[in-house]
Design a protein around this ligand. Structure first.
Ligand code: CMP
Length: 152
């Protein structure tokens, strides 16, 4: 089992798309084990986007990510980091394939609705930034025997 940190970004909250996007993860049978709404501060933005802080687009990114609340989630599942990134599609909504979340709902590079960790190191770092251990509620879904074979 793997975990990934997901943010439904301020554009997602403002456009009232959170329910639709959470449903996509639920319908894919991915387990939501943490979920909360928070206001990202400039300090948290700089920690989250540490690799981008020196890039020319960072000031605009910080203004955007702190401009309204986000919904932060921890998702758990087999290969969930790759699976969720494939569900999101390309970073720029204009390039994202139809049928992906960004392909269906975003026409922007910055306002691309959802952030998802891009690897296991990023996932561990980002989950620790947004969630305390006691805010993560791992559980065994009662539907598991109907979602995958016992050797998967
Ligand atoms: P995200 O997956 O949250 O990770 C970094 C974010 O920076 C990315 O989504 C985009 O929203 C944003 N981003 C990446 N590249 C650019 C760029 N060239 N110009 C503006 N924003 C960008």
């Amino acid at each position: 089992m793997e975990r990934s940190l997901i943010l439904l970004k301020p554009d997602c909250v403002q456009r009232r798309l959170c329910g639709k996007i959470i449903s996509r993860f639920e319908e894919k049978a991915i387990n939501i084990i943490g979920l909360k709404m928070i206001q990202v501060t400039p300090e948290l933005s700089k920690q989250h986007y540490a690799e981008h802080v020196e890039k020319p687009f960072y000031p605009g990114l910080e203004e955007f990510i702190t401009g309204a609340p986000v919904v932060a989630m921890v998702l758990e599942g087999l290969d969930v980091i790759r699976v969720v990134r494939e569900m999101l599609g390309a970073t720029n909504g204009l390039n994202a394939a139809s049928g992906t979340i960004r392909g269906d709902y975003s026409s922007s590079r910055q306002m691309n609705l959802v952030h998802a960790s891009d690897g296991p190191d990023a996932s561990a770092r980002e989950i620790a930034l947004y969630f305390a251990d006691n805010e993560i509620c791992g559980y065994e879904p009662c539907l598991t025997p109907w979602l995958k074979a016992s050797d998967e």
